[in-house]
Design a protein around this ligand. Structure first.
Ligand SMILES: [Ca+2]
Ligand SMILES: [Ca+2]
Ligand SMILES: [Ca+2]
Ligand SMILES: [Ca+2]
Length: 495
């Protein structure tokens, strides 16, 4: 459908009224937390609803007006949003509807209090088998994206979903990004049987750095997670399976969205119906305080796993890790722990929010490790280098009844925030550059004059005066012990 003159007028008015105010992110511990919904549909999707696009609202519930969509987003406290209507499969937009969606999103990128990332939802099948739904997020410059046609954002250039072999997906993304700038694919509802789970063998590599692991379809983390589990699920689609170090070994950050279809981006208060298990979640993009929050900042946050998924609460999490060598890591950063050292990993929350936290775990491929409270607002855990998991993410359990949240249509007051994982490995440095690392047996890797005793005797390197005596003292001790032992044997003396 073509945008009506009334709709165009409404959008122009919207652009004029929404711009001008500063974005209100939460600031905490040197970081700014920007809340977003990476997955919201409007009535332009043929399974979606907008009150002003001709089909009215769904029989069982409310919907928003397309001309008001960004007002609705900001009223719901969003700092960023992706309108991701279907462009292939059975609910695909027409070219004219896509033009409306694109114009709306691209023109809105000039808003000062809402970052709008143009996007669509694509469906994929390979060899006749459905392999998943993925949102395409477009981070190119608005003037470049304005030239997109519907066929550009369809993997086959038409509304079909069969792509043939899996490498066709990154190949299509190569062409798309070469022409229109950076773009990402975000798989979602990965273990929901209907509409479609994710086949992780068909991922698009670097174009797919994150997963929408929570939405109104429930959790995608694992079938054994006892929180908002999808009513019908496919175990192979779980994020646990995708990130299995002995399996697909995919490195994924975490996003959460609503996947609502009623032009209500960021709305966690209105039941969605139709097989959904709750009203969905949101994503916090975490950037250094003072960094402008623009499409580049959001692109980097998603790509580099600086995101936190929430089932509803808006509690900033300051994720930290450190060793005794002075190395520090933050949210989503890969950790390289010096051999022989230990890792302290933890989370700090604003003190005013600490009382609603009911537990914090480091979730690893080998199990969930509880963190201990180490201050009124901090939980942490120490890991020896030989107990380091391949990856870990912090899962923070929250008592929703202690917060002023609306009914989210599930049957529990439990809420969660999930920080994107860090991948962890130990690295065997030679810190003091004496030619020996910890694993080589350096007795003291902070002192180049101390190596191993055994190595010192054969390498001919200079030894400290104390060290020079060590082997001789050891030999003396051995001789004394042998002499005493022999005398006791002869005399029959016993202790
Ligand atoms: Ca919730
Ligand atoms: Ca609830
Ligand atoms: Ca050394
Ligand atoms: Ca040394």
């Amino acid at each position: 459908m073509q945008p009506s003159p009334l709709l165009t007028l409404g959008l122009t008015a919207l652009l004029l009224t929404v711009s001008g105010t500063a974005r209100a992110a939460d600031q905490f511990a040197g970081k700014a937390y920007y809340y977003g919904d990476p997955h919201a549909h409007t009535g332009l999707s043929h399974d979606g609803w907008s009150s002003d696009l001709g089909d009215g609202c769904p029989p069982e519930g409310e919907c928003g007006a397309f001309a008001e969509v960004f007002h609705i987003a900001t009223d719901n406290g969003l700092d960023w949003v992706v309108l991701s209507d279907h462009v292939n499969g059975m609910y695909a937009t027409t070219p004219a509807e896509f033009a409306t969606l694109l114009d709306t999103s691209v023109n809105a990128s000039g808003l000062s209090d809402l970052l709008v990332i143009p996007g669509v939802e694509d469906w994929f099948a390979s060899g006749g088998v459905e392999i998943g739904h993925k949102n395409l997020l477009l981070f190119g410059a608005p003037e470049v994206l304005a030239d997109l046609d519907l066929s550009d954002v369809q993997p086959n250039g038409d509304s079909t979903v069969e792509v043939g072999a899996c490498p066709a997906i990154p190949a299509w993304m190569d062409g798309l990004t070469a022409a229109f700038g950076p773009a990402l694919l975000i798989p979602h509802h990965p273990m929901v049987e209907n509409p479609m789970p994710t086949d992780w063998s068909c991922n698009a590599g670097a174009y797919e750095p994150a997963v929408e692991m929570f939405s109104s379809w429930g959790t995608g983390l694992g079938w054994d997670r006892d929180f908002d589990t999808p009513s019908t699920l496919v175990e192979s689609g779980a994020v646990d399976v995708a990130m299995d170090p002995d399996g697909y070994d995919l490195h994924l950050g975490f996003l959460a969205g609503t996947d609502g279809h009623s032009t209500l981006p960021g709305d966690l208060c209105k039941p969605v119906g139709g097989g959904r298990v709750n009203t969905g979640g949101l994503t916090m993009a975490v950037v250094a305080e003072g960094t402008p929050f623009d499409r580049t900042a959001l692109y980097d946050a998603i790509r580099l796993h600086r995101t936190i998924a929430t089932s509803g609460p808006r509690i900033p999490l300051s994720v930290f890790a450190s060793d005794t060598h002075g190395d520090t890591w933050s949210l989503g950063q890969d950790i390289a722990l010096p051999a022989g050292d230990s890792l302290t990993i933890g989370v700090q929350v604003p003190e005013s929010d600490a009382h609603v936290i009911t537990g914090v775990w480091l979730v690893t491929p080998d199990g969930d490790l509880p963190l201990s409270p180490t201050a009124a607002d901090t939980w942490s855990r120490n890991l020896a280098d030989d107990a380091l998991p391949v990856w870990g993410y912090l899962a923070v359990q929250i008592d929703g009844s202690a917060l002023d949240l609306c009914d989210d249509a599930d049957d529990t007051d439990e809420e969660w925030e999930w920080a994107s994982p860090s991948w962890m490995g130990r690295v065997d440095h030679d810190w003091d550059a004496d030619g020996l690392s910890f694993d080589d047996g350096d007795c003291d890797d902070a002192d180049p004059t101390v190596t191993t005793c055994a190595q010192r005797r054969t390498c001919g390197c200079a030894a400290s005066p104390t060290q020079a005596w060590q082997p001789q003292l050891g030999a003396l001790a051995l001789i004394s012990w042998a002499l005493v032992h022999r005398r006791r044997r002869i005399t029959g003396e016993r202790r």
